[in-house]
Design a protein around this ligand. Structure first.
Ligand SMILES: [Zn+2]
Ligand SMILES: [Zn+2]
Length: 56
């Protein structure tokens, strides 16, 4: 998975990103499934992998 805040690749199950300290599972800036950038934050799912976002 990927950090939803900074986009760093993380091991599965990591809760807090060691890189930025954010909660890794919230899809804030990046998709946690594929690491794709969330350009439009109003969208409820990733445009790359169709993963449904956790945040908002
Ligand atoms: Zn991070
Ligand atoms: Zn994705």
């Amino acid at each position: 998975m990927y950090c939803g805040f900074c986009g760093k690749e993380l091991d599965e199950g990591v809760l807090i990103c060691p890189e930025c300290g954010a909660r890794a599972k919230n899809d804030i800036n990046y998709c946690t499934n594929c690491g794709g950038l969330r350009k439009n934050k109003k969208k409820k799912a990733c445009v790359f992998c169709k993963n449904s976002f956790n945040s908002n």
